[in-house]
Design a protein around this ligand. Structure first.
Ligand SMILES: Nc1ncnc2c1ncn2[C@@H]1O[C@H](COP(=O)(O)OP(=O)(O)O)[C@@H](O)[C@H]1O
Ligand SMILES: [Mg+2]
Length: 161
């Protein structure tokens, strides 16, 4: 049975706020866990992922191109690997097998854009971020965080920071 402990809403008034949230989440993440990013085009999923990877590899200038056609892009950091996955162009969840996704879920932090494409590959230890575009200001976003598995115990830490 799956237990969803808390849902927290975080206001992200500008890109810097999104980047700070990504850095805080990267500091808590461990290989074998996932961070799933949903939301419409332009919400900031890739911006979040870029900041997360830069924090993870401890290099604020690291190149983090969108893996639009390769679908997955692995990076190595001092605490292990992170895989940036953009599944927008995934045809069928079966293709995930060919991409070596089981190895990724076992050994890396999995950062996934368009996680609805994962189908049966939804991992138990995951933080789901749903990013919304707010109408009141151009750069305003709002993230709804839902924690599952090991992420549940970290929600207080995240909300406080
Ligand atoms: N608060 C914010 N959080 C994230 N991105 C923002 C924010 N405000 C403005 N942006 C801009 O919105 C765009 C988001 O694009 P991107 O990250 O590619 O979206 P997605 O991957 O969700 O389609 C970027 O140009 C980014 O600079
Ligand atoms: Mg994107």
């Amino acid at each position: 049975m799956e237990r969803r402990r808390t849902v927290t809403i975080v206001d992200l008034p500008d890109l810097a706020a999104t980047e700070r949230l990504a850095g805080r989440i990267a500091a808590l993440a461990r290989p074998g866990e996932a961070v799933l990013l949903s939301g419409p085009l332009g919400a900031g999923k890739s911006a979040f992922a870029r900041a997360f990877v830069r924090a993870w590899v401890d290099d604020p200038a690291a190149e983090v191109p969108s893996p639009t056609f390769t679908l997955v892009q692995p990076y190595d950091g001092p605490r292990g690997a992170v895989w940036h996955c953009d599944l927008y162009r995934l045809g069928d969840p079966e293709e995930l097998q060919e991409l070596g996704i089981d190895q990724g879920f076992a050994e890396a932090v999995m950062l996934v854009e368009w996680p609805d494409r994962l189908g049966p590959w939804l991992p138990p230890d995951r933080l789901e971020l749903a990013i919304e575009i707010c109408e009141q200001a151009e750069d305003a976003r709002r993230a709804m965080l839902a924690a599952f598995g090991v992420w549940s115990a970290r929600m207080d830490e995240l909300a406080d920071a």
